[in-house]
Write a protein that binds this ligand. Structure first.
Ligand SMILES: CCCCCCCCCC/C=C\CCC/C=C/C(=O)SCCNC(=O)CCNC(=O)[C@H](O)C(C)(C)COP(=O)(O)OP(=O)(O)OC[C@H]1O[C@@H](n2cnc3c(N)ncnc32)[C@H](O)[C@@H]1OP(=O)(O)O
Ligand SMILES: Cc1cc2nc3c(=O)[nH]c(=O)nc-3n(C[C@H](O)[C@H](O)[C@H](O)COP(=O)(O)OP(=O)(O)OC[C@H]3O[C@@H](n4cnc5c(N)ncnc54)[C@H](O)[C@@H]3O)c2cc1C
Length: 645
């Protein structure tokens, strides 16, 4: 099953080898539990381990393999980030996609050797979503052939970029490019921030950390201001865009080609989110198979809480989602790598499809992942609330994904633009022009679903039902938009009046895509035993997801209430059928205890002993009487007693 999750036996077994290798190297392990460390201690500890990784990487992984590097990072550094997180996640991808060959020779090679540390500085105090209104400006000075970077007011300060505050000495900075008074929109520049020897900020640079956050606190998200800071013309990233010495602007083959580092993260983060969801579910499912509380049959002993239908309903649909997300994530990574290659040859035709797909997936997956992790925390009762479970940290890191790389409700609108265009083609009788991701919009719907009406062993009837719902909502929302415009609203005003409905269409389209990705993968499985278990999980998934959106199919009679009853019964049937495999389904992700960092979710299942040892190790328990008690509480009690006398 691990080979299914990790897209092949080769990587699944490499993960095992890497974990086994690390198990023998205590210097790579956390020196104490992360929740017992201050932020400063965590950053120091993470930097120590990062240095070890850099030194010994070649002995443990193939450094050219992104997945092996990711696994090494998960095991050693963990999810709370590290001082070079953005270096790998965005700085290198930005240089790879946007720097010319000559620039790559100069900077990418140094970045890959870790001679320099970089980040991606785009968001500002005043603007993150609306990139066209960024306020940092890069004005071209023809005489010196330099760009002058400047922060004209406080809202123009770069704010949020990861590892900007303290760790990075370079950044790919996004600024509005002004040449001879003309605004050429957001462009990307390679900018030195700190002296390479002393690490002191360079003259003209104001820089620092933005302070503690909900989670992800090993990362020094930072602020950055420029005071008429000059960089050479050749620091504009020039793979696709160019500015000649005389200030002539050479347009890229696609207007949004500079957004590639964001698309990179959106494509990869689907897998990252699936893994974090699977972390929380591994912890909660293992714990639920140890925790005994209450009885189902009063003549029998107390049961494991995993026997309760409510507990199964709380956890198993999310287990199915984690599998669905990892399968969909593998597809987005393949598409991203393909688009990257095609763009190299000048073919930008798939950029819009990739952007639409990843915008929708990013939004739905992060939202459902956060929901699933929070349910996993609650499934652990009181112990879920303790940082010993580590679920609160996993939640904090994962939920950041709802915001970064484009706020979810904004990114759903990006997909909606694509859907509305497609609906326009359908309306104009040009369905043959629809791309493969939206071809279903042009198909004719049956009048009713055949779920429970016809014996179909596969998933075709479910897929058709999801397609019907997504099609109906897309066409309806587009119609609403067109209707407002026909009545005289500008497109922008009409758009704003339709966005709740448009975003619903985007979610339904994305949920359909996730179901289809799951079906595609299960159909490929050759081993009959694995196929059976995955088919059960997929059955659970389609029934759960369909119930969640059933209102759309009930309102036009596509599904009847008796069909809904059937879907419910199927859901309950598959909850019970999956129960014996539940622990194996989470164990199949093969997370080591080091990687999970959860006292509650350890493989040995010795929950109570482990919790007690953890509590005893708490720094508060080093002494029996705390200084705060000596200083305040004792005098308080003493004076209360004295006043009573
Ligand atoms: C190896 C195994 C697993 C690995 C797992 C790894 C996990 C990694 C996890 C990393 C974890 C933590 C890192 C966190 C780092 C966070 C970083 C950041 O947050 S960086 C900042 C991100 N900021 C944003 O995302 C801003 C969001 N805003 C935008 O993207 C834009 O402003 C947008 C798209 C909302 C609007 O842009 P704009 O105003 O320029 O465009 P329009 O709306 O007018 O659209 C015009 C037209 O262009 C199309 N378009 C837009 N973007 C793109 C694109 N990227 N590609 C292609 N086309 C694009 C848009 O759809 C319109 O098309 P049209 O045909 O006209 O409809
Ligand atoms: C953990 C984390 C890491 C980050 N790392 C980086 C980084 O490395 N580099 C970097 O540059 N940035 C980074 N960011 C910033 C991040 O990309 C932005 O915060 C994000 O894109 C959202 O933008 P915003 O903050 O401007 O939100 P806003 O746009 O201000 O959102 C506020 C509200 O307004 C709504 N809204 C905004 N515009 C519209 C619209 N057009 N239509 C409808 N509703 C709208 C949103 O839906 C939301 O509800 C990070 C953020 C976080 C949380």
């Amino acid at each position: 099953m691990a080979a299914q999750i990790y897209s092949g036996e080769k990587y699944a077994s490499r993960r095992r080898e890497i974990s086994a290798n690390l198990a023998k190297r205590p210097e790579f392990h956390d020196s104490k539990p992360l929740p017992f460390m201050t932020r400063e201690e965590k950053i120091l500890e993470s930097s120590r381990k990062l240095t070890l990784i850099s030194k010994h990487m070649n002995e443990i992984i193939d450094p050219s393999d992104k997945r092996e590097l990711y696994h090494l990072n998960c095991e050693v550094l963990g999810i709370e980030g590290n001082p070079m997180a953005l270096h790998g996640d965005m700085f290198i991808p930005a240089l790879t996609a946007q720097a010319s060959d000559e620039q790559q020779e100069k900077w990418l090679s140094r970045a890959l050797r870790r001679e320099i540390i970089g980040t991606y500085a785009q968001t500002e105090l005043g603007h993150g979503t609306n990139l066209r209104k960024l306020e940092t400006i890069a004005t071209y000075d023809v005489d010196t052939q330099e760009f002058v970077l400047h922060t004209p007011q406080i809202t123009a300060l770069k704010w949020w970029p990861g590892n900007l505050g303290k760790s990075s000495n370079y950044a790919v900075v996004v600024a509005l490019m002004i040449i001879k008074g003309k605004n050429y929109g957001p462009q990307t520049f390679m900018v030195p921030l700190r002296d390479e020897k002393t690490h002191q900020p360079l003259k003209g640079i104001t820089i620092g950390d933005i302070g503690p956050k909900l989670a992800y606190n090993i990362v020094d998200n930072g602020f950055l201001g420029f005071d008429h800071y000059r960089i050479p013309r050749t620091n504009l990233l020039m793979r696709h865009t160019r500015v000649e010495p005389d200030g002539t602007f050479v347009k890229p083959p696609h207007a949004k080609i500079n957004y590639s580092a964001m698309v990179h993260v959106r494509s990869y983060m689907i897998t990252g989110q699936a893994i974090m969801l699977a972390y929380a579910l591994t912890i909660a499912t293992r714990y639920s198979s140890v925790r005994r509380q209450g009885q189902i049959d009063t003549t029998q002993p107390e049961v494991k809480v995993l026997e309760y239908q409510t507990q199964q309903h709380r956890l198993f649909p999310s287990i199915a989602r984690a599998y669905a997300f990892v399968f969909a994530g593998a597809e987005t990574v393949r598409l991203y790598e393909r688009v990257l290659q095609e763009v190299e040859t000048g073919n930008v035709s798939l950029m819009a499809d990739l952007h639409a797909l990843t915008s929708g997936l990013k939004s739905v997956v992060t939202h459902q992942t956060a929901q699933g992790i929070e349910q996993a925390r609650m499934a652990c009762g009181g112990h879920g609330y303790s940082q010993a479970s580590y679920i609160s940290e996993i939640f904090g890191v994962a939920v950041g994904g709802c915001t970064y790389e484009g706020e979810n409700l904004v990114m759903l609108q990006q997909l909606a633009r694509y859907l509305v265009k497609s609906a326009g083609l359908v309306q104009a009788g040009q369905s043959s022009k629809l791309g493969p991701l939206v071809a279903y919009l042009g198909a004719k719907s049956d009048s009713t679903s055949l779920i429970d009406r016809t014996p179909t062993p596969g998933f075709a009837e479910y897929v058709k039902t999801f397609q019907h719902i997504a099609r109906k909502q897309t066409l309806k929302a587009a119609q609403k938009l067109f209707g407002f415009m026909e009545k005289g609203d500008t497109r922008e005003v009409a758009w704003n009046k339709s966005t709740v409905e448009l975003n619903r269409a985007s979610r339904l389209h994305t949920r359909l895509y996730i179901v289809e990705a799951f079906v595609r993968r299960v159909e490929e499985v050759a081993d009959p035993r694995l196929k059976e278990v995955l088919t059960d999980l997929l059955r659970l998934h389609v029934n759960y997801e369909l119930l969640d959106v059933a209102a759309y199919a009930l309102e036009d009679g596509f599904l009847s209430s008796s069909q809904l009853d059937y879907i419910r019964e199927q859901l309950y049937f598959y909850l019970a059928k999956i129960r014996p495999n539940a622990v194996s389904l989470v164990d199949s992700w093969e997370f080591s205890d080091r990687e999970l960092r959860s006292v509650l979710g350890r493989r040995d299942g010795n929950v109570y002993e482990n919790l007690f040892a953890w509590a005893k190790a708490s720094p508060l328990n080093k002494t029996d009487v705390l200084p705060s008690v000596d200083k305040y509480l004792k005098p308080l009690m003493e004076s209360a007693r004295a006043s009573k006398l």
